[in-house]
Design a protein around this ligand. Structure first.
Ligand code: ZN
Length: 186
């Protein structure tokens, strides 16, 4: 294994030191990029995608820091290819949330093969989190909306990594079934 993977994991852990997941359990944020990178590695994604998986939220989530992480910094430390993938999977935080979500659906199909795999693993991790530890303020309708939106993004990411796609599909089905059961029981 390349030591770069651990260097990237440590770099991401440092950036996310004070960050927490939105879920009720308030897990340390780093659990999320570690899960994304693990999914990528387990499903045969190239090392640059695994590294980008570890680093995928470092630019977006440090934009208000005194010394934000930039794509230039990532390129210096991890190479231009990894920085380019992170650039592709980062949202433009200056845009309103709904615009960003619509752009993700539009941009999916135009992504590079590596970025498509990072985006897929990110959506799998996020769906798991929504089901196992949803943010306290997210009602049923909001969770249904989120899962449906993730499915629309993933429609544009297909054709690169069938085993990750199959895992997303299984996760999506489980999430929708569980939400349907929840609706029926209330
Ligand atoms: Zn993410």
């Amino acid at each position: 294994m390349s030591p770069k993977v651990l260097v990237a994991a440590h770099f991401a852990a440092t950036v996310h030191t004070t960050h927490r997941r939105k879920g009720a359990a308030q897990e340390p944020y780093i659990n999320h990029p570690l899960e994304v990178a693990m999914l990528l590695a387990e499903h045969g994604a190239p090392e640059d995608a695994v590294l980008a998986g570890l680093l995928h939220d470092t630019v977006e989530d440090s934009s208000d820091d005194p010394e934000p992480v930039t794509l230039e910094i990532l390129a210096e430390r991890f190479g231009a290819e990894v920085a380019a993938i992170v650039g592709e999977v980062s949202d433009d935080k200056s845009l309103p949330k709904e615009t960003r979500k619509a752009l993700q659906v539009k941009a999916a199909a135009k992504s590079s093969d590596a970025a498509k795999q990072v985006k897929l693993a990110d959506k799998i991790s996020n769906l798991r989190a929504i089901m196992s530890a949803p943010p306290a303020s997210w009602d049923h309708a909001r969770r249904v909306e989120y899962v449906g939106w993730a499915g629309r993004v993933v429609a544009g990411l297909r054709g690169v990594n069938p085993s990750l796609e199959a895992l997303f599909d299984a996760t999506y089905r489980t999430a929708m079934e569980s939400l349907a059961r929840e609706a029926a029981s209330t």
